[in-house]
Design a protein around this ligand. Sequence first.
Ligand code: SAM
Ligand code: SF4
Length: 335
Amino acid sequence: MDHAPLIDPFLRPITYLRVSVTDRCDFRCVYCMAEHMQFLPKRDLLSLEELDRLCSAFVGQGVRKLRITGGEPLVRRDIMTFFRAMGRHLQSGALEELTLTTNGSQLARFADDLAAVGVRRVNVSLDTLDADRFAAVTRWGRLDQVLEGIRAATRAGLKVKINTVALNGFNEDELFGLVDWCGAEGHDLTFIEVMPMGDMEEAGRLGQYWPLSDLRARLAGRHELVDIAERTGGPARYVRLGGSGQKIGFITPLTHNFCESCNRVRVTCTGELYMCLGQEDSADLRAVLRGSESDAPLREAIRAAISRKPKGHDFDYSRARISGQMSRHMSHTGG
Ligand code: SAM
Ligand code: SF4
């Protein structure tokens, strides 16, 4: 770390950055995007060089973990150039972990390259093991292509974690099937509670909000659940299944129970820094990047933004109308 660490007003060190590198995607998951998305013009996106400067500025100020997301990060042209550039921070020891969240469609192509630059783990989103359901929820995706990508990642030595959005009426009958498949394949599995984003009307046609408390109770009916103390500073909570020791995570982004340990911020593909997933306040880092060749103003802008990081967020499902609903799409902020 070349500069003083980033500490927010509630004394939380900011050590984790999620960066969206594109708003585009080769899928159109119903809870994430509308079928006909208007994507941003290229000039609005941060260039690969700008992404490098931006991430490096964060790493220079103590960010230890970098997660690349989107949209679908692996559909961005020349994205390996950026991954290679970030690999140098792994080599120097400045960065502890470089990772990505992907829909898996391009993993067969890129798994070896990712492993070569130092990526050790990938999160792959997979909501169902049924080919027809997969096509319905992703609109444009093909299950076999994703499964092939997952196999390629495993062969390349990457640890795969599966992320599954829980949708009642869609995949609740696959709870045990998904758990067993992940157990057999050696993948950790994390369930995500659906957030009020994307095209929720369309999502509602396929399935409904499924509280993870209910999912967890059903799992407990079949397995002993042993809580793991592990805290990532994010919204995930983990258990191990008694006997097999298989790890299962639960991400309930709508609860407040993780804000006090929040260690993360997000940057969109247009360079907006969001200090909290559930708040509108952001800082325009693209203007700062483009305004000066020196990185000093960038570091200053990051520091100023972190000093405004709020204590927590306002999502609330308890009222009939979803309040605290965010207008941004997940593909924009980077889930
Ligand atoms: N395209 C990549 C992928 O699908 O993994 C990365 C971006 S995607 C926006 C990141 C994660 O957000 C995925 O696991 C996806 O399932 C999740 N996600 C998208 N919309 C969501 C929503 N409305 N509620 C909960 N999770 C959502
Ligand atoms: Fe694409 Fe990921 Fe959003 Fe699905 S969840 S549409 S794969 S960005």
